[in-house]
Design a binder for this molecule. Structure first.
Ligand code: 13P
Ligand code: SF4
Length: 335
């Protein structure tokens, strides 16, 4: 977990931004500073509403790589800010809360992963984008949930592969490709809390609903789903499908965009099975890290240009290669 506080920046506490119209002040600051706001689908609705661009991790990385803004504010989690910085080392990359980590990134410390990789020298290394910049330096090609399957399939069948850190996504890719990749034993604290029991309960209530699941969910949940895919893939399917009801097994922030894109359809979030809703009032399954992003923090970040994502040039250079490899393969395969 990254520990940064406003005290280190010389303030007693995070400055309060009350009595101002946060949304219009944020827009003003963006214009003054030539800043762009990117937000992941899992952030809160006000952030998705104010962002210049919302998307899944692949789309956000692509957007960052092409932006002409001087400042990028990444509303998401820390590794997403790092991806922006790696792709745009000359730009200032800000994140509203530097403590917004990710359970997958945390499950795969670079030193431990390096030892694992060293123990299997004949393997190529595929890492999910949900990793730290340091872990990406031990990687041959990065993938996101939008392109993981095709990128794995782009390797010759006889090539031995390591996949980290998400064991659920790794197992799913193994099952659909027939590969036997060696898997790192990591998981996401949000997606691991979905159960077949809760989904089956919802299915009896909404028998014609389609079940949508992110591949970070456990195997039995994925097996039960009508559609398995990244946040963008699930969204696309929901918008285009003739079905009218959808049971959604991924972080509930995606429901804002689903409902906005298909207002006439009904989206039912699957609650976590342990009753742990981490402060959510709707019984939804929320990512505690994503929820650290707030409108007030976004305003402060733009105003004080802090917290800033900083990565050493050596790590940027080494982590850029597997990200570029992913972007190049994806372009070549038309993903
Ligand atoms: P996507 O690549 O689908 O945006 O997923 C990112 C993520 O963190 C899922 O938990
Ligand atoms: Fe990481 Fe899971 Fe949160 Fe996605 S939902 S950012 S994988 S902790």
């Amino acid at each position: 977990m990254i520990k940064e506080s406003w005290k280190e920046k010389g303030y007693v506490d995070e400055p309060t931004a009350t009595d101002i119209d946060l949304k219009s002040e944020i827009r003003k600051l963006c214009k003054e500073k030539n800043a762009v706001i990117l937000a992941h689908y899992y952030t809160d609705k006000p952030l998705q509403e104010i962002a210049d661009f919302i998307g899944d991790s692949l789309a956000l990385a692509r957007k960052a790589a092409k932006t002409e803004a001087d400042i990028i504010v990444m509303c998401g989690v820390h590794f997403m800010g790092e991806t922006c910085k790696i792709l745009c080392p000359d730009k200032k990359v800000l994140i509203p809360d530097a403590n917004a980590s990710c359970s997958l990134a945390e499950s795969c410390p670079a030193d431990k992963f390096r030892e694992f990789v060293k123990a299997h020298p004949d393997h190529k290394v595929i890492s999910y984008v949900n990793t730290t910049a340091a872990t990406k330096t031990v990687t041959d090609v990065v993938v996101t949930s939008s392109n993981a399957r095709q990128i794995v399939e782009s390797f010759p069948k006889e090539q031995k592969l390591i996949f980290g850190p998400d064991r659920n996504l790794g197992r799913y890719i193994n099952s659909v490709t027939g590969r036997e990749m060696l898997l790192w034993d990591g998981a996401c604290h949000v997606h691991e809390r979905f159960s077949t029991g809760k989904i089956l309960e919802l299915k009896t209530q909404y028998p014609s609903a389609k079940v949508l699941a992110h591949p970070e969910c456990k195997g039995p949940v994925v097996k039960l789903a009508d559609v398995v895919g990244s946040t963008a893939m699930l969204l696309n399917y929901a918008v285009k499908s003739e079905a009218q009801q959808f049971i959604v097994a991924t972080e509930s922030g995606i429901l804002f965009e689903m409902q906005r894109m298909a207002p006439e359809k009904q989206f039912i979030p699957v609650p976590p099975d342990d009753g742990e809703t981490q402060g959510a009032t709707c019984g939804c399954n929320e990512c505690a890290y994503m929820r650290l992003n707030t409108l007030e923090k976004l305003y402060n970040t733009l105003k004080y240009e802090w917290p800033e994502v900083k990565i050493s040039p050596e790590i940027i250079n080494a982590a850029r290669k597997p990200i570029d490899e992913m972007l190049n393969i994806s372009e070549r395969l038309g993903i």
